[in-house]
Design a binder for this molecule. Structure first.
Ligand code: ADP
Ligand code: TRP
Length: 331
């Protein structure tokens, strides 16, 4: 039996952080043996909000390098840049004829963007979900690992696929959101306000490109309090988050020691943060260094990007041939 197709995209709109790692990239890496995987950098999507292409170019390279540094193997998966696959743009055009202005205007992310950038409400923003549907349907992907905020977009992709099939014949399978494994980790910001994010809370977000001292500085500043006064108390959010990080990057015995100290009201948060800082440095450092090596090796980077584009285009053009045949666009 052929492997199911998995696809996901990351917008190159900033530095990747620990939330992206544990919420997305770690799962991509785990999926690469079991599924036929397509992972790409959504640079066309980024243009709808970040028109400065000089910065975009660096970000695209960094996202590719960081994904490989985190363990994605470009030999196993198709790792590519969206704009290298023109077939996506053609499918986007066809799907645009099946997407209605009313439903696009009602999309939550569109309404958010209109509020955030009232001077740049471009048509690309309005049709963002159509382009995302084209990204997915061009490889006939059925499993799409994404966060909750993307579920509405996925539902729209299913609608567009169904409309296409109804109008022109059964070509496009229905994609579903996919959560690999049972636990969905959410990494909170170090001050306990909201989640770690590319664009907000930068001093409270740990980026994969942060140097050792910056990692230490951010962790030592993380919000704590004077500690529990009753044994076995519930942990406040911001303390829970420090324990979550410890669980992800430290040894079990260390986690257990601090859990016990907390439950016995003898925890010293200074020591906890020092330990976490060192373990985090050891976790991030090899990723950062590997990513920097790849990013500085333009020949290698370009080889990987070309190889990804070739794989993606092979699959995309096969779908497009079927789409054109179904639409009688084969003169
Ligand atoms: P950001 O909010 O930093 O811009 P994106 O929205 O581009 O990140 O998300 C890219 C991927 O990373 C998504 O799959 C999303 O679910 C995941 N992700 C982002 N932030 C976090 C976080 N703090 N904790 C867990 N997963 C996250
Ligand atoms: N819209 C997604 C985000 O903001 C990125 C994305 C673009 C994507 N195309 C996709 C995700 C296709 C999954 C599948 O995070």
């Amino acid at each position: 039996m052929s492997k199911e197709v998995v696809l996901s995209g990351i917008r190159p709109t900033g530095f990747l952080h620990l939330g992206n790692y544990f919420g997305a990239m770690r799962n991509y890496v785990r999926m690469q043996d079991e599924f036929n995987c397509y992972f790409f950098v959504a640079n066309w999507h980024a243009l709808t909000t970040h028109p400065d292409t000089k910065e975009l170019q660096n970000s695209v390279h960094r996202v590719i390098a960081e994904n490989i540094a985190c363990g994605l193997d470009p030999e196993k998966v198709a790792l590519y840049v969206q704009s290298d696959v023109p077939e996506i743009a053609e499918l986007y055009l066809y799907l645009n004829t099946m997407a209605y202005k009313g439903e696009l205007e009602k999309t939550t992310t569109f309404k958010d963007k209109v509020r955030q950038q009232p001077d740049n409400v471009n048509a690309g923003l309005l049709t963002y979900p159509v382009l995302m549907a084209a990204d997915i349907l061009i490889h006939r992907a059925v499993k799409v690992p994404v966060g909750k905020d993307q579920e509405q977009h996925l539902e729209m992709a299913r609608n567009f696929a169904e409309r296409f099939n109804h109008r022109y014949g059964d070509v496009l399978p229905s994609p579903q959101a996919f959560n690999f494994g049972s636990e969905l980790v959410k990494i909170m910001s170090l001050d306990g306000n909201g989640k770690m994010s590319k664009s907000e809370n930068q001093m409270n977000t740990l980026f994969l490109a942060d140097d050792d001292d910056l990692i230490r500085k951010k962790i030592m500043k993380a919000k704590t309090d004077s500690g529990p006064t009753e044994t076995n108390s519930a942990k406040p959010d911001y303390i829970e988050n420090i324990f979550t990080l410890l669980k992800l990057v430290s040894e079990e015995s260390i986690l257990n020691k601090f859990e016990t100290d907390f439950n016995n009201c003898v925890i010293r948060y200074g020591d906890l943060k020092k330990q976490l800082a060192e373990d985090m440095v050891n976790f991030i450092k090899p990723i950062r260094e590997k990513a920097a090596d790849i990013q500085n090796n333009k020949t290698l980077l370009s080889k990987i990007i070309h190889q990804g584009a070739e794989k993606a285009r092979a699959s995309a053009s096969a779908t497009l041939t079927e789409v054109r045949n179904a639409m009688r666009l084969n003169y």
